[in-house]
Design a protein around this ligand. Structure first.
Ligand SMILES: Cc1cc2nc3c(=O)[nH]c(=O)nc-3n(C[C@H](O)[C@H](O)[C@H](O)COP(=O)(O)OP(=O)(O)OC[C@H]3O[C@@H](n4cnc5c(N)ncnc54)[C@H](O)[C@@H]3O)c2cc1C
Length: 498
């Protein structure tokens, strides 16, 4: 069933589980709770459709030397930023978990990754082993880069379709028609009452017209997005129960640097045999140093992304004389030769970009504003995102060196660094990645993190948090698949204990 908080006259509602937030985290949990016979309340700050009326609640400031977008990267509506995201998915690696003390056993977590891929309509045809070159890889044809003695591994991402990536398309009607789920929109959670035994008793919820509702539940689950989860915990009565030094710290994203260099491949024809799928999808490919070299060099995870330079666009931007000077007759002959052999000519010139894992640093943090409050009289959030760190720069430089070497060793061609990388100006470019990670990390011990391995607040008996805020590390891959997998795992845990 569904109602808008302004239509509800009762002041208190009871349930077994109250889930706050309907982005990918909240809806992944609810996808499992739909199947059980328990009373569930699902709260959403925004409206059922994206009217934009509640987006002003996402106000916040980026106060550090680097800008991090905290407003247009979030959406207050049923579905959350699940209505904005590009659907690019990849699982974290075993090394991501082990190197960064994730308090979760990776092998036990793989089934949840597979479920999460399925949830977004994707086939999880990956090999989850470390150092394996994946079968599911568009560029089998560049396999010289991945011979056994190579420094590099293939790293493929898959993208959920527009329809599948927004979970409201899949579960919206089922939720609204469900008898055990009560979806309440225009319902912003503002505070929570905790009893002397460390049990959360009542959640205080307001509409933007200030209609008030209390929710009493056996278990509360906060899925308000990484930044908002942290702000809620800071602004509410939960704060005094959280004693981890890391609380509000270690804000991470995925710094990305485009066109750091060009890869020039030697002319080569490829067999069309076994490559039908590949030929149609010659878009881009990704690669990363093998884990043993990442560990040896003490650098961070990263991903090179290589895209063929679009010759048509290139020609469009060139002057006539330049075109004449640049006409590459050899290339024309190569194309003819490949065609005669019924083979394809692999693109010669590739733009190389890199995206990196960000390290957990205390000087990247979220704090409460001391000067501005929202309409519920709670401080707005401020994020401090520092300049790119020495280790992050070292990661890019070392990965580049290995890449240049590998390209030559594999007799593929040459890798040329761009001027903006050589003079470091690339590191001053504004980052457009919209991933907010960290701030309330999970840990085995309460002093070290905010939630335990089951995502429960360490010192409160019945409040859980799900989202990328609980990640102890960012990995170099997109976060939402892992958010969803963690949420599916949490749903199983809740079903077992409620
Ligand atoms: C442009 C863009 C592209 C992206 N592309 C990718 C990608 O390709 N791959 C990838 O992995 N990730 C991508 N992301 C990131 C992805 O969108 C997030 O990781 C994901 O949405 C996080 O899900 P969530 O449920 O934790 O939070 P959200 O999606 O932010 O959902 C939070 C929900 O909680 C509600 N809420 C907030 N506060 C309250 C409150 N106090 N009370 C009640 N409800 C509340 C909000 O209205 C919202 O509905 C992208 C993001 C953007 C902006």
């Amino acid at each position: 069933m569904h109602s808008n908080l302004d239509e509800i006259s009762t002041q208190l509602l009871n349930c077994d589980i109250c889930v706050v937030g309907t982005g990918p985290a909240g809806l992944s949990i609810v996808s499992k709770l739909l199947k059980i016979n328990k009373k569930i309340i699902l709260l959403e700050s925004g409206n059922l459709s994206d009217t934009g009326d509640h987006d002003f609640l996402n106000i916040g400031k980026s106060i550090g030397p680097r800008f991090l977008d905290v407003q247009s990267s979030r959406l207050r509506t049923f579905g959350g930023a699940g209505k904005l995201w590009a659907g690019v998915c990849r699982h974290f690696s075993l090394n991501d978990f082990e190197r960064n003390n994730w308090p979760i056993n990776y092998a036990d977590f793989i089934p949840y990754y597979i479920d999460a891929y399925n949830l977004f309509g994707l086939n999880s045809n990956f090999n989850f082993e470390e150092n394996s070159n994946e079968k599911y890889f568009l560029y089998q044809n560049l396999k010289e880069l991945y011979k056994n003695d190579s420094f590099f591994n293939a790293k493929s991402f898959i993208q959920a379709s527009e329809k599948n990536r927004d979970l409201t398309n899949k579960f919206g009607n089922e939720i609204i028609n469900s008898k055990n789920i009560n979806l309440i929109t225009n319902a912003t959670a503002v505070d929570i009452k905790i009893n002397p035994f460390g049990n959360a008793e009542k959640l205080e919820v307001f509409s933007i017209n200030k209609n008030k509702l209390y929710i009493s539940a056996k278990k509360f689950v906060l899925c308000m997005g990484a930044l908002e989860n942290c702000r809620f915990l800071m602004n509410s009565r939960t704060r005094k129960y959280i004693n981890a030094n890391s609380f509000g710290k270690g804000l991470m994203s995925h710094p990305g640097f485009s066109n750091i260099g060009k890869l020039y491949l030697n002319p080569k024809c490829l067999s069309k045999k076994n490559n039908k799928k590949i030929n149609k999808k010659l878009k881009y490919f990704n690669t990363e140093l093998k884990q043993e070299f990442i560990n040896k060099e003490k650098i961070l995870g990263h991903g090179f992304s290589l895209k063929p330079v679009n010759i048509k666009n290139k020609l469009k931007n060139m002057q006539f004389n330049e075109i004449i000077n640049n006409l590459n007759y050899v290339n024309v002959f190569e194309n003819i030769k490949c065609n005669l052999q019924n083979e394809i000519n692999i693109p010669k010139e590739w733009d190389v970009s890199i995206g990196i894992e960000q390290e957990f640093l205390e000087n990247n943090y979220l704090k409460q504003s001391t000067s501005e409050k929202d309409i519920f009289n709670k401080p707005i959030l401020e994020v401090f995102w520092d300049n790119i760190s020495k280790k992050e720069i070292k990661t890019i430089q070392i990965a580049n060196r290995y890449f240049a070497r590998q390209v030559i060793l594999s007799k593929l061609g040459v890798f040329e660094l761009s001027e903006k990388l050589k003079n470091n100006s690339v590191f001053l470019e504004e980052d457009s990645i919209n991933h907010h990670i960290g701030l309330t990390k999970m840990s085995k011990k309460g002093e070290e993190g905010v939630v335990d391995e089951n995502l429960k607040l360490h010192n409160i008996q019945n409040v859980y948090v799900s989202g990328s805020c609980v990640f102890p590390s960012s990995s170099s891959v997109n976060p939402t698949l892992t958010v969803s997998a963690l949420s599916l795992r949490l749903a199983d845990h809740l079903i077992n204990i409620v």
